[in-house]
Design a protein around this ligand. Structure first.
Ligand code: SF4
Length: 361
């Protein structure tokens, strides 16, 4: 856990962002070597435990019920299904399993009780267990912690300014509140973003300013490249270049020196050479598996070949933090009344589509 020694300013991060690329990679690689073993890259597996049908309107997400993306919805996976997937992932080198459910927020119901059982199951397999379930209250975060949850993922996605162009059904502060609840429960924080959604370099840097000024800084920051899925408002976005990805990884490494920076969505568009530069610039994790929730991902055997070529070794679990020990969950009574917002921003791409439809009629 790393506490920033002083608050970073937007200008400072922009200055780093604008450095000549190779100079920036060299500096980031130096910071990386001072804080991490550069030969180690963690293989993480992202498993969708409940797919599709989500009530939110995240403009990049094929799982939002309102977009017609052809994603098949499924109910929560059983304990057996998750156990089999986790064991297979572990055999193939994963030391971390992230379970994702397409929910706006966690509800105190039997589904949540089931997720707590899933967390215990994966924890028992000696893997770092992460969950991404939408917004959580402090009470719910404590229960996840008691079940042995190692990390909770809740991405900021982009800058506060650009957020309303991408998501209208909740506010930036809701994201920060969930991160705060996770932190209070003693769970490590995983929070990052997506580049290539039409945001500016300034937006990318503003997001990094917010992440870097969290105290303590997040232990894990995934950097995703948008995978533009047909049927979503962002379907027409052009893929970002590898150079933007390398630059983003390098800046993230510079401003969050101890954090695990994760190469996440978008790797199918990246060559081994491009990924090698990202590892050089400070990326210390990949997500493995044929799919990343619902979008395509490189084949694990191809990834293992890449590790061989580059002389990388998969990181073992719990190298940075101890394994959480599940305890009997207490009956927390924090007198909570979650008040997640419904800010009702307008996503411009959605609006444009609506206008086009009306004109066509
Ligand atoms: S990103 Fe998560 S919250 Fe947003 S629509 Fe997709 S599943 Fe729902």
């Amino acid at each position: 856990m790393s506490t920033p020694s002083k608050r970073l300013t937007f200008e400072e991060v922009m200055e780093i962002y604008n450095r000549p690329l190779l100079e920036l990679v060299y500096q980031a690689a130096t910071v990386h070597r001072e804080n991490h073993d550069p030969q180690e890259v963690q293989i993480s597996t992202l498993l969708s435990i409940k797919t599709g049908g989500c009530s939110e309107d995240c403009g990049y997400c094929p799982q939002a019920a309102r977009y017609h993306t052809g994603v098949e919805t499924n109910d929560l996976l059983s304990k057996k299904q998750v156990e089999i997937s986790a064991k297979r992932a572990k055999l193939l080198g994963s030391s971390r399993l992230c379970m994702g459910a397409a929910w706006r927020n966690v509800k105190d119901d039997s589904d949540f009780d089931h997720v707590l059982e899933l967390v215990k199951t994966v924890n028992n397999l000696d893997m770092e267990v992460c969950c991404t379930l939408g917004m959580v209250t402090e009470n719910q975060a404590k229960k996840l912690s008691d079940a042995g949850l190692y990390a909770y993922n809740h991405n900021l996605d982009t800058s506060e300014d650009y957020y309303k162009e991408v998501i209208s059904t909740r506010g930036y502060q809701d994201r920060l509140d969930t991160i705060d609840n996770v932190r209070k429960a003693g769970i490590t924080v995983c929070s990052g973003g997506i580049i290539g959604m039409g945001e500016s370099p300034e937006d990318r840097c503003k997001m990094l300013v917010t992440l870097a000024n969290l105290s303590p800084q997040p232990e894990s920051v995934p950097i995703n490249a948008l995978v533009a899925v047909e049927g979503t408002p962002l379907e027409e976005q052009k893929p970002i270049s590898i150079w933007e990805m390398v630059r983003m990884v390098a800046v993230t490494r510079m401003v969050l020196p101890k954090t695990t920076v994760r190469l996440s969505a978008g790797r199918t568009e990246m060559s081994i050479e491009g990924q090698a530069l990202c590892f050089m610039a400070g990326a210390a994790s990949i997500f493995a598996g044929d799919k990343l929730l619902t979008t395509p991902n490189p084949d694990i055997y191809g990834d293992l070949d890449m590790f061989d070529i580059l002389g990388l070794k998969p990181t073992k679990p719990f190298t940075k933090h101890d394994k959480p020990q599940p305890v009997k969950s207490a009956d927390y009574d924090l007198k909570e009344k979650p008040r997640w917002t419904r800010p009702g921003h307008k996503i411009e791409a959605n609006e444009a589509k609506r206008v086009k439809k009306v004109v066509e009629l």
